[in-house]
Ligand binder design. Structure first.
Ligand SMILES: NC(=O)c1ccc[n+]([C@@H]2O[C@H](COP(=O)([O-])OP(=O)(O)OC[C@H]3O[C@@H](n4cnc5c(N)ncnc54)[C@H](O)[C@@H]3O)[C@@H](O)[C@H]2O)c1
Length: 426
């Protein structure tokens, strides 16, 4: 494939050199003549392990060139990777003026071409930017529509400075957010030599995955440092704590708890997070991320409550009342908290939860159920058919087996709020 790469910073230089190593013809483009002079002579304009050797090797192949003339580069290639910087304004908003500027030039160059050209956004842009602002700019500049004269994709960069070449050669995965299939196919073909999973998806998903990745990495660092604050105060070695923490690959370093859904709850998580952060506050320890966990969780309950109340419907059936399916424990149940809000706002609520019903039957003192929920006996029901007949809205807390009969009997007239995140969002 003939490829142009615009913006020869960390991302563009590594992308260009690695694509060239994979056998593609690459033209590097930058505003900075000094960078082009280096790149075009097989020398890296950045400091990065392995890049100098790689640049020298690919330059000898004759497949690597450099120019400041973006229009000429677009004219003689099939695909352009946009790797210019995206910055942060003083108010925190994103500055994509460099992307806008090159997109305008690329669009004008495509307008003069007779063949289909693919534009690939590799710079980090906010969710919706590729299909929104960038696509509009290209359509205006080319006087054509996506899929006709040009194609458009978002292919985020996940490599790390310091190991960028190794990361590019063996990424954990490749993400191709495509608008037209031709550009998606071209990218799949360009990366076909790399034996990592490739996820072909929408541009919005690709853009969001990039921000999810970076936010997650930042959150991990901040979390570890807040555990350090606690450990120091307790007079212990935080590395020892985190070594043992990281040895749990079932719940800690794993995909557990990482699927969006409803709020967390139960007898332990809410209590322990609150007690720990209260202890930190009392001892003057600053742990802002840990201190805001409960607040964030409350927002999830509040969003669900607003959605249900906002519907204006009054007869609400809830499938699942305990904090998770398969347990009878109502302590700290976020759905129980939601139900209490709805009752307070004058809604009628009935709930189906076979485990909670059985739990009430077992205990002599209902400390896991009635004590945790005032007036529970009046809203728990066992007859699914009667419940669905009565209900206008069904709120789903779980899709577990004990609810399958109920779920299979939902009628088109039922408004459904699925708190598991499977159908619609709250
Ligand atoms: N640096 C990283 O590790 C990394 C990793 C993943 C993603 N990203 C993202 O990739 C993008 C690029 O990052 P970077 O660190 O490589 O940026 P950089 O600042 O190192 O390089 C950007 C290059 O673009 C050039 N440029 C700017 N305007 C231009 C124009 N109009 N025409 C031609 N060239 C132009 C600049 O001269 C510069 O060489 C950013 O959106 C960044 O957030 C960076």
């Amino acid at each position: 494939m003939k490829i142009s790469v615009v913006g020869l910073g960390f991302v563009g230089t590594v992308t260009g050199a690695c694509l060239c190593e994979m056998g593609h013809e690459v033209v590097g483009v930058d505003l900075d003549q000094g960078k082009i002079d280096l790149f075009a002579r097989g020398r890296a304009p950045i400091l990065e392990p392995q890049i100098n050797q790689l640049m020298a090797d690919v330059w000898r192949s004759g497949r690597l060139r450099g120019t400041v003339d973006l229009a000429a580069a677009v004219a003689e290639t099939d695909v352009t990777f946009v790797c210019v910087g995206t910055l942060r304004n003083t108010d925190g908003s994103q500055d994509i003026s460099a992307v806008e500027s090159v997109i305008q030039q690329i669009g004008e160059a495509i307008a003069r071409k007779s063949t289909f050209h693919s534009v690939v956004i590799r710079s980090t842009v906010l969710p919706g930017t590729t299909r929104g602002h960038i696509m509009k700019l290209l359509e205006r500049a080319t006087d054509g529509s996506v899929g006709e004269r040009f194609g458009l994709a978002n292919n985020p960069e996940f490599t790390r400075e310091g190991s960028a070449v190794a990361d590019f050669r063996a990424p954990s995965r490749i993400v191709v957010g495509e608008i037209d299939m031709q550009t998606g196919d071209r990218l799949a073909s360009i990366y076909s030599m790399i034996k990592s999973p490739i996820f072909r998806t929408s541009t919005e998903v690709a853009e969001t995955v990039k921000y999810a990745d970076n936010s997650w990495h930042a959150l991990k660092v901040v979390f570890a440092n807040e555990i350090d604050v606690i450990s120091r105060f307790a007079g212990i070695d935080s590395h020892g704590v985190m070594d043992i923490f990281c040895a749990d690959n079932d719940l800690n370093i794993s995909s557990a708890y990482l699927k969006p859904g409803f709020a967390f709850g139960g007898p332990c998580l809410p209590k322990d997070v609150n007690v720990l952060t209260h202890w930190c506050r009392s001892n003057g320890l600053e742990v802002p991320v840990l201190a805001h966990i409960s607040e964030s969780n409350e927002h999830v309950i509040a969003r669900a409550s607003s959605e249900i109340l906002g519907s204006g419907l009054t007869r609400i059936a809830v499938l699942g009342l305990a904090y998770k399916a398969g347990v009878c424990d109502l302590r700290g149940s976020p759905i129980a908290a939601l139900v209490q809000r709805l009752l307070k706002e004058g809604r009628q609520v009935r709930a189906f939860d076979p485990d909670v019903s059985r739990g009430r039957g077992l205990a002599t003192r209902h400390d896991y159920t009635d004590d945790a929920f005032d007036g529970l006996g009046t809203l728990l029901v066992d007859d699914i058919d009667a419940l669905l007949e009565w209900a206008e809205m069904v709120v789903i807390m779980s899709h577990a087996g004990q609810y399958s009969t109920a779920l299979s009997k939902l009628l088109p007239r039922h408004a459904v709020v699925d708190l598991t995140g499977r159908r619609g969002r709250v």
